[in-house]
Structure formats: structure tokens, C-alpha cells
Design a protein around this ligand. Structure first.
Ligand SMILES: Cc1cc2nc3c(=O)[nH]c(=O)nc-3n(C[C@H](O)[C@H](O)[C@H](O)COP(=O)(O)O)c2cc1C
Length: 302
């Protein structure tokens, strides 16, 4: 594998950069502002079987150096999504990963099956969504494994399981989904967070608790990647959390990720992948490295 090419097991990527779910729109509507050719893959917003209306405003807020969101995974439901999106994938100049979400196991399987029929290249299972008891699936190794297993029955496509750094220990969930057939893990989704305005006494989000993302969660995501890479060295990892420049990408690779997803940075700099690609190539040249894969897990211990 030369230059920026990498792989997640037997699945090859032309670049280690991945567009993170929910931050690159429904892909086709971001074509004008994001150059998808700089990505190895781009992930759709998560889609459920029935339409989800999302939460009432406010559902986005500043979180000091990061951002808070409590969108509630608003989406039109799989049938409307297939009708409006399936024939747009061919125009996206990179692989399309379909992000699947549901409140129960059958829902995950159904959406994965429909997305596969619609022509996505891989399925990303968003385990951070709450189940019917209000607890994220990603906290429960057995439930997470059952979902991945059901998705595996529903499609032949490669499966990435998107985990939560709030799960302790995260390696236990990673091991469970690996055992159930996940081809890689995405590490990780937002960290649960909240804010309250001292003057109005109002929470920043209508849903009170939401997802915290951006620069402040990078060390948390790096810790999660390190733990999984140490405990499960054979399991490919997509690092995700607070990436906005090439140094951050290298940091995730050194921790053990084989690819790195960019999320919130798109809201500030939609074309961020272009400058990251340029700087990543400069980094490789400066260090005499012929392939990014040489960096995977290659941090120097003290
Ligand atoms: C506004 C917004 C919407 C998001 N929607 C989704 C989603 O639908 N599905 C999902 O798996 N992750 C979603 N995420 C999480 C991101 O894909 C990413 O995992 C997280 O933001 C951490 O990366 P970052 O710090 O680079 O943003 C969303 C994040 C944001 C900020």
C-alpha cells in the first residue's frame, strides 16, 4: 500500500480520511462544498426504518472549545431515503458508507438490508442511539453484538460498528462486536455532554443531554483507540473525534487506527480534507515514510 492508501482488513481505502456521519449531510447535498475525492469513504447521516422527526430546538450549542448537538437523529426513514438518495451515490467520487440506526435489533437489520440494496459500499452501525429503555446500545456488549449479528445476516457488505467512548470498558464492546462479525470499529461517536445557561437557567439543548464533539474529545477518542488496539490487535479501527488537521490524523494512526473520520471540523472548514491531505503528504515526505500504513500503532512508548 503506497502513499495515502490504507485498508480495514480486506477492505481497501484510497485515503485514510472518512467523512463522519451527520457532518457531511446526505452526501449529495454537500457535493458543492466538500470535495469527496479527498476521502476514502463518506458516511451518510444515520437512517432508521421509520421517519424520525428529531428533537425540538435548541439542538446545537457551543460547548466551549467543542460543540454540543442533540439533533435526535432526524431522518426521513429508509423508504423515503432510498427514493431520494439511492441514485445519487454514483455521483459521489468515493465509497459511500450507509449509517444505520434503530430502536430495536430488527430495525437495524431492515435498514441495513435496504441500504445494501440501494448500493452503499459498507454499513456503519450507529450503536450510540438509545434503545427503548433510553440506554445507548453501545453500552451493552451483548446487545451490540446481537445487532451486528443481525446486520450481518441481512447483508453481505462489510460492517463497521460505531462505538461510544462513554462505554466502560470500551474494549469489551469492541470484542463483542468483533465476535459477532464486525469488520472494523469506528472509535468513536460523540461523548455525552450538557450545558446550562446560568442567566436563563435553561439547558443549552431541548433534550438536556446531547453529544459533545470537536477538539476537546480527541484525547478521549485517542484513549479509546489505544485501549482497543492493545486488547484486540487484529481488529481494524477507524479513529474519530476532534480531528481538524493532519497532525491529528497522524496521532490517531499512531494510536492504532487504520483510518480516521473527520466530523465537526466540516462545520468550520468544509474543505478541510483537502488541506489535511496536502499536509499529510508533506508529513510523509518529511519523515521519509512511503505509506501511511507504516504509522498504524507505531507510537514510541516511554
Ligand atoms: C451535528 C452532528 C450530527 C451527527 N450525527 C450523527 C449521526 O447521525 N450518526 C452518527 O453515527 N454520528 C453522528 N454524529 C457524530 C459524528 O459522526 C462523530 O462521530 C462525532 O462528532 C465525533 O467526531 P468530531 O469530534 O470530529 O465531530 C454527529 C455529530 C454532529 C456534530
Amino acid at each position: 500500500m503506497a502513499g495515502l492508501g490504507t485498508s480495514l482488513g480486506s477492505y481497501d481505502l484510497s485515503s485514510p480520511l472518512i467523512g463522519a456521519s451527520g457532518t457531511v449531510g446526505s452526501l449529495v447535498d454537500f457535493q458543492e462544498v466538500i470535495e469527496f475525492s479527498f476521502y476514502g469513504a463518506a458516511t451518510t447521516k444515520s437512517v432508521s426504518s421509520e421517519p424520525w422527526p428529531g428533537r425540538e430546538p435548541p439542538r446545537m450549542a457551543h460547548g466551549d472549545t467543542g460543540m454540543l448537538n442533540g439533533i435526535g437523529i432526524q431522518n426521513p426513514g429508509i423508504e423515503a431515503w432510498v427514493l431520494s438518495h439511492a441514485d445519487t451515490f454514483a455521483s459521489i467520487p468515493t465509497d459511500v458508507w450507509g449509517s444505520v440506526v434503530a430502536h430495536d435489533i430488527d430495525g437495524f437489520a431492515e435498514v441495513a438490508n435496504r441500504m445494501a440494496e440501494a448500493g452503499v459500499d459498507a454499513i456503519e452501525v450507529n450503536l450510540s442511539c438509545p434503545n427503548l429503555d433510553g440506554r445507548p446500545f453501545a453500552f451493552d456488549p451483548k446487545l451490540s453484538a446481537d445487532i451486528v449479528n443481525a446486520v450481518g445476516q441481512a447483508t453481505q457488505l462489510p460492517i463497521g460498528a460505531k462505538l461510544s467512548s462513554d462505554a466502560q470498558p470500551i474494549s469489551a464492546v469492541a470484542a463483542a462486536v468483533q465476535g459477532a462479525g464486525a469488520d472494523w470499529v469506528v472509535v468513536a461517536n460523540t461523548v455525552m455532554g450538557a450545558r446550562i445557561d446560568p442567566e436563563s437557567r435553561r439547558p443549552a439543548l431541548s433534550g438536556l443531554i446531547g453529544g459533545y464533539s470537536g477538539a476537546p474529545i480527541r484525547p478521549i477518542a485517542i484513549r479509546s483507540v489505544l485501549e482497543i488496539a492493545m486488547d484486540l490487535p487484529e481488529l481494524p479501527i477507524v479513529g474519530c473525534g476532534g480531528v481538524s488537521d493532519a497532525a491529528h490524523v497522524v496521532e490517531f494512526l499512531l494510536a492504532g487506527a487504520s483510518a480516521v473520520a473527520i466530523g465537526s471540523a466540516h462545520f468550520k472548514t468544509p474543505r478541510v480534507a483537502k488541506s489535511i491531505t496536502r499536509d499529510l503528504n508533506r508529513y510523509l515526505k518529511r519523515h521519509g515514510i512511503s505509506s501511511v500504513t507504516e504509522l498504524i500503532g507505531a507510537y514510541e512508548p516511554w
